[in-house]
Design a protein around this ligand. Structure first.
Ligand code: MN
Length: 401
C-alpha cells in the first residue's frame, strides 16, 4: 500500500503538467531535486532558464548584481560559485575587487572581508595573481551634481555628525567613487543592487538617479530589481518598486519640458474632475486621494505641481521636499502638521509654505474633504522623499482648539 502510494506520488510528480518541460541545462545540483523538486524546477526553468537570459540586462551585469547581493547580505556560501560565473561572464578580477571595496562602504566591512576570503579561493583555483590598483587618472565627478550632493550633506549631516559628513565628502565621494578601477556606471549598478538587497529604499532615489546619470537605462534599473527578487527575496524587490516608480516619474517630468521649451509654446492643462484624476498610491497616502492638472515647468526651471483632492480623513504619509513646497488651499477644510508641531487647520485661499527637508504631512480634515494645488521644485530630479504613514491615532488628534 505504501509502495503504491509512493509510486503514485512519483508518477504524479513526473507527469505534473506545470513542470513537464525538461530544463535545457541543469544548474541546480541533484540534491535540490531530491529535497525540493519545485525549487529545482524554479532554479533551472525560471531563474536560469528565463531570468538570467532576459535581454534587459547583460549576463555580465547580472553577475555584478548577483555578487553584490551575496556580498551585501553576507551570503558567503554562495559567493564562490557566483564569482566563477562572474569571471566567465567577463567581469575582470580587478572589478570584483572593486565591487567588494565599494560594498564595504554600503553594507559594512565584515561582509566585505568575508567576501575577500571566498573570492581569494577562486582566484587561487584559477591562478589569478594579486590584483593592483589601476594607474588610470581619477574619475572627475560632475560638478553641479557634486555641489548639490555636498550641499545636502552640509545641511543634513554636518550639524549632527560632523565626522561622518567629512568622511562622506572626503572618502566616500572624494576617493571611493573617483577610483578608476570600476566604471561609474558599474559602481552605480552594484550600489543599487546592494541597497535593494539590504532593504534601504530611502537611499534608492539618490542612487537610482545617480545610476541613470551614469548611463544605466531605466529598463536596466527595473531589471536590477527583478533580478534581486530571486537573490534577496520578493519583499526587498517589492519595497524598491514604489521608490523607483517615483524616480522614473520625476525624471520623465524633468526631461519632458525641455522639448516644450524648444517649441516655446504656452501650455494649458485643462481642468478635469477629480474623479478622472490619478489615484494617490496607497504607499504614500491614506484614504481616497486623486491628482489632476499635473504640470512640470520647462528646463532650466524645475518647478512642478498638481491639484490634489483628498476625501474626508485622507492624507499624505510623512514626507519631505528637498527644496520645500507651497500649498494653495482651493476648497474644503485641510490639516497640515510638521514633525513635533501641532496640527494646523487651513481653508480656501490659505497658502502654506513648507521649508526644505521639514518632515510633514497634509490632507483633509476628518470630517470635510479638501483640495490644494501643490507646487515644489525638484532637486536631482526628485521633489519628494516619502516616509511612514500617519497613524489613525495621531491623525485623529486633530488641530488644537
Ligand atoms: Mn508636502
Amino acid at each position: 500500500m505504501k509502495e503504491i502510494a509512493a509510486s503514485l506520488a512519483v508518477s504524479v510528480l513526473a507527469s505534473g503538467a506545470a513542470y513537464a518541460e525538461e530544463p535545457r541545462r541543469r544548474v541546480a545540483p541533484p540534491a535540490v531535486y531530491e529535497v525540493a523538486p519545485g525549487l529545482g524546477h524554479f532554479t533551472d526553468n525560471v531563474l536560469f532558464g528565463e531570468v538570467w537570459v532576459r535581454d534587459a540586462l547583460a549576463p555580465r551585469d547580472r553577475s555584478l548584481v548577483t555578487v553584490s547581493v551575496l556580498v551585501s547580505t553576507g551570503k558567503t556560501a554562495q559567493i564562490g560559485s557566483h564569482v566563477r560565473r562572474a569571471l566567465d561572464n567577463g567581469v575582470k578580477p580587478e572589478e570584483l575587487g572593486e565591487l567588494i571595496t565599494q560594498l564595504a562602504f554600503y553594507s559594512g566591512w565584515p561582509n566585505a572581508i568575508s567576501a575577500v576570503t571566498e573570492t581569494k579561493k577562486v582566484f587561487e583555483e584559477r591562478k589569478i595573481g594579486p590584483v593592483a590598483d589601476s594607474a588610470a587618472d581619477r574619475i572627475q565627478l560632475e560638478a553641479t551634481a557634486e555641489a548639490a550632493r555636498a550641499a545636502l550633506i552640509a545641511e543634513n549631516v554636518s550639524p549632527t555628525t560632523p565626522a561622518l559628513a567629512d568622511l562622506t565628502n572626503r572618502v566616500l565621494f572624494g576617493d571611493l567613487w573617483r577610483r578608476p578601477d570600476m566604471a561609474p556606471r558599474d559602481r552605480s549598478l552594484v550600489t543599487m543592487a546592494a541597497l535593494i538587497a539590504i532593504g534601504q529604499p530611502e537611499q534608492i532615489p539618490f542612487h537610482a538617479n545617480r545610476a541613470m546619470d551614469n548611463g544605466l537605462t531605466r529598463e536596466e534599473v527595473a531589471e536590477v530589481a527583478t533580478h534581486v527578487a530571486f537573490y534577496a527575496g520578493w519583499p526587498r524587490a517589492m519595497s524598491a518598486v514604489p521608490v523607483l516608480k517615483q524616480v522614473f516619474a520625476s525624471r520623465e517630468a524633468a526631461a519632458a519640458p525641455s522639448n516644450a521649451a524648444a517649441s516655446g509654446e504656452l501650455k494649458v492643462i485643462r481642468a478635469e474632475p477629480a474623479s478622472q484624476g490619478t489615484p494617490g498610491p496607497a504607499s504614500n497616502f491614506t484614504g481616497e486621494v486623486r491628482v489632476t492638472n499635473r504640470y512640470a515647468g520647462e528646463a532650466p526651471a524645475r518647478i512642478g505641481g498638481g491639484l490634489v483632492s483628498f476625501a474626508a480623513g485622507a492624507r499624505t504619509a510623512w514626507h519631505t521636499h528637498p527644496l520645500g513646497q507651497t500649498l494653495f488651499i482651493v476648497s474644503g477644510q485641510g490639516w497640515v502638521q510638521k514633525e513635533g508641531g501641532p496640527i494646523i487647520e487651513v481653508g480656501p485661499g490659505d497658502v502654506v509654505w513648507i521649508p526644505p527637508n521639514v518632515k510633514h504631512w497634509h490632507g483633509a480634515s476628518a470630517a470635510t474633504p479638501m483640495s490644494h494645488f501643490a507646487v515644489a521644485e525638484a532637486l536631482n530630479g526628485s521633489a519628494v522623499t516619502w516616509m511612514e504613514q500617519v497613524p489613525e491615532s495621531q491623525y485623529r488628534t486633530g488641530p488644537a482648539r
